[in-house]
Structure formats: structure tokens, C-alpha cells
Design a protein around this ligand. Sequence first.
Ligand code: ZN
Ligand code: ZN
Length: 367
Amino acid sequence: MRASIQSKPIITNHNMINTMNNVPCPVCGRPTKHQIDGRCRNCFLETVTLASIPLVIHANICPMCGSVKKGKHWEDPNYEIEYLMRDVIKQKLKIDFQAHDVTTSISLTNSNASIYRAQITVTADIKGVKAESQLNTEVRISKETCDACSRMAGGYYEAIVQIRAEGRFPDEHEQQQMVKLIDRVVERQNQRGDRFAFISNAQELPEGTDIYLGSNSTARQAVRTAVERFGCTYSESPTLAGKKDGKDIYRVTYSLRLPRLVPGDIINVGKDTVLVNRSAKMTNGLYLESGLEFSEHTDRLKNANKVADVDEAENAVVVSVEHDMVQVMHPSTFKQVTIKKPVHFTGTGGEDVRVILMEEIIFILPS
Ligand SMILES: [Zn+2]
Ligand SMILES: [Zn+2]
């Protein structure tokens, strides 16, 4: 009895202070300076669920490309598996809507390649109170082939790009260049998020190469790039491939034609021999005999034939130069051949030059 009597004034004393700034918590009775939602800090935190997460999270990952399924969609990987696991966890993590300044740290351990255990610490500010929550979860990885990989494996395509050339067959080097260009566009479009930017098939034919692409928009990009870079022309023809969700599905064939003439071609134009430097709408180059500039609408060169290639050039020695005539030693017959001096030649005799041989005729190439 005495003890309780003795303690009474202490409580009273306490209560006096409370009326100033310490009020007992209505839930636990402890004195508290700042009440949050009418209770002390601890009792307030009891009412709050800062963060929650399912005990088990299922993640589908494509074993072919590492894409991760999010809802019904697949998202490209481009990240390490641990990064993906953190991403999957963050997506499933529910945080109280009143929380501010949220920081989340996740520590991962994996016992095998398909199960990742995670310890998650969430700290935040709720109504001015610092709160922390420790959670555990387990990510179970299932393997599922993604939409893009299953399409690729099934040889799916939306477009065919046919690599051809105008009035001739494209040579191997040209075809390789075009395939490389398409490859680069595919890679770029893939990085930009076109999941179906892939090559599903390639066929080499006598007249050129056919490239089958999973994405029509990527095929179109590739064709446009080829037009810009190589002066190609193209035609496109859609064919009905079936129906999907009541809509007609088309496949598009792009017939891409490399220009008939390419830099380095040596052609006959009437009686003249011309070295082609550029050919798009206009063809520009040099008259090999005079060294003067040549320029003509490509349309008007339909009868011009390729007679040699600049790659076939050989070395020869200039013996002497007199006025507008040059004497060159033929590199295989060693006879001296006299030709008109082309305007680009400024030598005086004794120098090595690159020449194009056409039977008995010699053309000096510009250096
Ligand atoms: Zn309390
Ligand atoms: Zn995949």
C-alpha cells in the first residue's frame, strides 16, 4: 500500500509534464511527445505495413535469349541475371502509399541456377517516422521459350529482302556488303526494341541472295538504308499470308536492286572507254583516253557494257613524254606503246604508273 501511495505523486508529476508536451499513448500508455494518428511511434508502426512481397515469385526466362516475361509480354534482357532478379523482385514489392524517401536493398543468394533467395530491406519515411522492414522471398525461374525465339526457330518471317542488281547478277562482294548492312540494321532495330528484328533464313540463288526477316518494319529500314548508301532501287510486293484476329496478314517482298554500274567499272560508251567513279541517277567518271570528266544520265547508259575492272590494273613504266604523247612499256610484251597523254598525267618519263590493258591499247589511270 505504501509503495503505491509513494508512487502516486510521481505519476501525477508525470501527468503534469504530459499536459505540457508528453501525452500517454492511448494504446500502450507510454508517454509520448509526438503522436502520430493518435498513438506513439511504436504503436503507429504496428498499424503500418511498410512493405510486403509474396513468399515465392515465379519468373519465366527464355533459355535461348534470356528475355524475361512480364505479364503477357516479353522484355529484352541486355542485363545480367542478378539485375533481372532484382527487377522481378522490385516489381512484386508492395510499399505503403504513404511512404516517402524509400530505399530498397536486396541481397541475393542462389543455391542453383533456378532458385534465387532474396533478403530485402526497405527503409522509408511514413508521416515523419523512420520505418524499416525486412522481407524474404524466393524467385523460382522457369524456362519458357519467348515469342521471338519460338518465331525464329519456326522460320517465321514478315518480309523477304531480295538482293539483286540491275541488268546483271550482283557479285559475291556486293552481296556480302548488303547482308552486312541488313545485319547491322537488324541489330540496331533489335536494340531499339523490335523483338522480331531477326533474320530467320537466308537463301543464296544464282541471281542474288534472299534474306527472310521476322519484322517488316526492320526490313523496310534495311531497304531504305541500302537506297541511301548504295544507290539501290527497289520495288515491293505484298502477298496475303493468312489471317490473324480477323485481320489479313501480309508478307512483303522487297526486290532490292543494286545499280547496274559500280565505282571501278570500266565501260564502253560508244567508242569511248570510261572509268566509273559514281553511279546513281547520274553516272560520273573519266574518259580513260583523254582523262577528261565523264557525266551522263544512267538511264542513257543501258547499252554501255562493262569491259574491265579497275582491280585489273597493272604496273607499267613510262619511257618518255613528248608534247601530248606518252610512251609506255607494255608490262607483258615489253613493247613501247605510244598513247595520247591523259590530262591527269603530269610525269616527264621514268615513272611507274597504273595502267589498264585492253589488248594492244594502254590507258593510264589517275594516281
Ligand atoms: Zn503506444
Ligand atoms: Zn528468347
